[in-house]
Design a protein around this ligand. Structure first.
Ligand SMILES: Nc1nc2c(c(=O)[nH]1)N[C@H]1C(S)=C(S)[C@@H](COP(=O)(O)OP(=O)(O)OC[C@H]3O[C@@H](n4cnc5c(=O)[nH]c(N)nc54)[C@H](O)[C@@H]3O)O[C@H]1N2
Ligand SMILES: Nc1nc2c(c(=O)[nH]1)N[C@H]1C(S)=C(S)[C@@H](COP(=O)(O)OP(=O)(O)OC[C@H]3O[C@@H](n4cnc5c(=O)[nH]c(N)nc54)[C@H](O)[C@@H]3O)O[C@H]1N2
Ligand SMILES: [Mo]
Length: 748
């Protein structure tokens, strides 16, 4: 489509509501008479090169949906009764200001939790509001063990002093055509299903682009997927045993001497200690633990280690493994000892483009943004920071399991309120959902900021504020590359952006904010200053900017002295080397070397439980149509997947007398949930696989139905809390013991 004849084109970076997603696709929005009429992928944007996903393409249905909340609402009846009335923004802000100030005066700012979901666009505005108010308790509430990316980030920071991603040319403006880029010979894809997910600042299809040019993939996944069926090696391990497999691969590579000796000698520290540790994990022993044959472990290790250049890509299953931080550490060691660090087509250091961040990824940044004094003060009260040194020392999160327990028990102090923004704990994020429901119900004051009602807003919210989609707001985006902005194309109802809402409240709750910035635009521009850019300039140049040469752009920055503050060649770790024996972990009271631990409620650790509930359930495998608990009301998306399915191996189904398309219960000690059977050989006979985030917007919203959440929400069966040395990782989403039962005739 072209602009002209009353049609205006807006180039935007997609981040947050509409598509959801961690990605930053460039999309072109076409607007006529103040309404969005079409969306198309931006072919000039280096990230997605013109592509769109099903959720972006359905944006009009999402934005103009009749269920969309378009004014602030206040509860007008008991919690859960489903009665809300529209109020003005002034009334909403006044009420929230009064209540939040009252709670702060009586109980302290820490008694309000600031709860977010995954990294859409919310990290910046929500941490900004929490710290402006003075609460240290910024948390992905319900995400047991903060089990999404934080364990991997922590391991990378400890090992390399920086973050890393598989290099698919994304840091280069000309992408695959840049002569500096070399396609990876191999990409090791660990616990990730890239095509439908685009997670963690990475566009999944880049791996497919590389595969088309000859890149081989090695996949570590208990299921068969599109990618595993095209892999050179598929390591089909028992869920949750990733730690053992990584140690087994290290064992092969070290003992066969096929590691990069020169690189290890020059840049790594602690190799001898690692060598000694991996002797405990022979391929034969690891085969016994993981179910992957020893010769497959050996041949996959050889393929990986002998490749000229190999990328490392990984996903959520690494974090949800027990001791996710140590599993992630073992995988970083695979990248390191093979010398695949910061080279074309290897694993490259990933820093936010131009050094601009929207919110703190590390404690260092937290200090840089808010000052040491505030951070020290926050750490004293942050839930989990006194129990777990890594929670204290890496990133600003409160520990989610302890946070919800505090709501229930008042320990370490009473929690009085929750600010829930871009987050649906009851509908998708929280393990042991009923526990979260009961604990949150007891709080005095709850605000939710969302676009639609969902089980959380219905059951808990006193005030609901209507949020804007990416098409309706100004925001900036920085997650590795490129640095991007989203310009406001249209207005829907009275919706406001998360930045606008939080900026207004932050100013009311902390007058200093108003002295520093006059508007959200000023705040954004002040963040972009580091890049020598402004919001307007970025819009002018097409909505994105790639990093210039220097510390934010590969390759071989460690050799060029670009990584450390002192300018000396090396890595940004305490020793200047890649720490295979981690001094940082040691400081956190975590084993400085990787080790293996069984899933805590798995069939080996709890054989009695497995006898009763013999199937291992993987939950949460992503569906390209939905983003977590979103999009079930969007006609184009829902019609492709009308009901929540469970994948069951045909032999298991036969044994249980279950037919394809029949409704069944998934059941364990915590409850039971409904699913439609889908017979599939993608899973092994002793496991099942099902999606998370299911509730039905078409059902009654008021209690007790709550949009069917108690029928369909799988996380009711997922136990908690996590139990790890670091306080991070180990959410039991991917290893839950269950059984299947047929549903009585006509049940649904
Ligand atoms: N069983 C199981 N459960 C899981 C997982 C799993 O693998 N298995 N994965 C877990 C993981 S990794 C994560 S990160 C969590 C994610 O969990 P959440 O991020 O909490 O995901 P949602 O449930 O979709 O809740 C997001 C809510 O935010 C709203 N929203 C979307 N965009 C915006 C926006 O821009 N502004 C505002 N104000 N609201 C917005 C949506 O309408 C929705 O109600 O789920 C976890 N839950
Ligand atoms: N369309 C869509 N995209 C999304 C999301 C969404 O909800 N919808 N959510 C976003 C979020 S917050 C996240 S965290 C990412 C997650 O995206 P991914 O990291 O890809 O995570 P999953 O889809 O949960 O699982 C990926 C693969 O891990 C395998 N797996 C399961 N258990 C194990 C195990 O124990 N070990 C190993 N090695 N593999 C295992 C599954 O079979 C699956 O194929 O996706 C993001 N992108
Ligand atoms: Mo996530």
């Amino acid at each position: 489509m072209r602009a002209g004849e009353g049609v205006k084109e807006y180039k935007c970076t997609v981040w947050s509501a509409g598509a959801g997603c961690h990605g930053s696709c460039g999309q072109k929005l076409y607007v006529k008479d103040g309404k969005l009429i079409r969306i198309e992928g931006d072919e000039n944007n280096p990230w997605n090169q013109g592509r769109s996903c099903s959720r972006a393409l359905a944006l009009k249905q999402y934005m103009y949906h009749p269920d969309r909340i378009t004014t602030p609402l206040k509860r007008d009846g008991a919690r859960g009764e489903g009665k809300f009335v529209p109020i003005s923004w002034d009334e909403a802000f006044d009420t929230i200001e009064r209540k939040m100030k009252g709670i702060r005066e009586e109980f302290g700012a820490e008694s309000i939790l600031f709860c977010q979901g995954t990294g859409r666009d919310v990290g910046g505005p929500i941490s900004f509001l929490a710290y402006s108010y003075g609460s240290p308790n910024w948390v992905q509430l319900g995400l047991s063990g903060q089990s999404c990316y934080t364990p991997r980030l922590g391991a990378m920071k400890a090992t390399f002093g920086d973050f890393m991603v598989a290099d698919c040319s994304q840091f280069l403006e000309k992408r695959y055509d840049d002569p500096e880029f070399e396609y990876p010979e191999v990409i090791l894809v660990w616990g990730q299903n890239p095509p439908p997910t685009c997670p963690d600042g990475f566009f999944g299809h880049w791996i497919v682009d590389c595969m088309k040019k000859g890149t081989q993939v090695i996949c570590v996944d208990p299921r068969h997927t599109w990618m595993t069926t095209r892999a050179k090696h598929h390591l089909q391990l028992r869920p949750g045993t990733d730690g053992a497999l990584a140690l087994g691969m290290l064992n092969v590579i070290i003992n066969e001497g096929i590691y990069d000796k020169e690189f290890v000698a020059k840049w790594c520290l602690g190799f001898e200690e690692l060598k000694e540790r991996v002797q405990e994990y022979s391929p034969e022993k690891v085969a016994g633990i993981t179910g992957v044959p020893a010769d497959t472990i050996v041949s996959a290790s050889r393929t990986y280690a002998k490749a000229k250049n190999a990328g490392g890509h990984w996903g959520l299953a690494v974090d949800t493994a027990p001791e996710g931080t140590t599993v992630a550490q073992a995988i970083t060691h695979l990248w390191a000892i093979t010398g695949n660090i910061d080279i074309p087509g290897g694993s490259v250091i990933a820093r936010p483009s131009h050094g601009v961040t929207t919110y703190p990824y590390t404690t260092e940044e937290l200090v840089e943004l808010y000052g040491q004094e505030l951070v020290t003060k926050l750490n004293d009260k942050r839930i989990g920071a006194n129990e777990y040194k890594m929670v204290r020392g890496f990133r600003g999160w409160a520990q989610p399991d302890r946070a919800i327990e505090a709501c229930k028990t008042g320990v370490p102090y009473p929690i009085k309120g929750a600010w829930i923004q871009t987050c649906n704990p009851l509908g998708g994020q929280a393990t042991r959902t009923k526990y979260h429901y009961e604990a949150l119900k007891g709080l005095d004051f709850i605000v939710a900021v969302d676009l639609f009602h969902n089980p959380t807003t219905m059951a808990l919210a006193d005030i609901v504020l209507p949020a804007a989609t990416f098409a309706e707001k100004e925001t900036f985006r920085s997650w590795w590359v490129p640095l991007g902005v989203t310009q406001k194309a249209v207005q829907v109802g009275e919706c406001k952006s998360d930045w606008e809402i939080n900026f207004e409240l932050a100013g009311r709750l902390n007058p200093e904010i108003r002295q520093r910035w006059g508007s959200v635009r000023e705040l954004i521009d002040s963040r972009l200053q580091r890049a020598g850019l402004t919001f307007d300039k970025l819009v002018e140049q097409g909505s994105w900017a790639m990093p210039p040469d220097g510390p934010f752009k590969p390759y071989r920055r460690h050799e060029r002295g670009l990584l450390r503050h002192d300018g000396v060649p090396g890595f940004n770790t305490p020793s200047g080397k890649i720490e295979l024996y981690s001094s940082v972990y040691k400081g956190f009271d975590i084993d400085p070397l990787p080790f293996y631990r069984e899933p805590v409620n798995g069939p080996v650790a709890k054989p009695e439980l497995a006898q009763q509930y013999p199937l291992t359930m993987i939950s949460g495998t992503r569906n390209p149509l939905f983003f977590h608990s979103e999009h079930r009301s969007i006609p184009w998306l829902r019609e492709k997947c009308p009901e929540p399915l469970v994948d069951i191996h045909p032999d298991t189904a036969k044994e249980l007398g279950i037919f394809d398309g029949e409704w069944v219960f998934i059941e364990n000690q915590m409850g039971k949930v409904k699913r439609k059977a889908s017979l599939s050989k993608t899973v092994k006979p002793n496991m099942i696989n099902t999606e998370h985030g299911w509730w039905k917007p078409e059902l009654e919203g008021a209690e007790p139905t709550l949009f069917g959440v108690w029928d369909y929400q799988i996380n009711q069966l997922v136990p908690g809390p996590q139990d790890s040395q670091s306080g991070f990782g180990g959410g039991q989403y991917k290893v839950t013991q269950v059984k299947l039962t047929k549903m009585p005739e006509g049940g649904k």
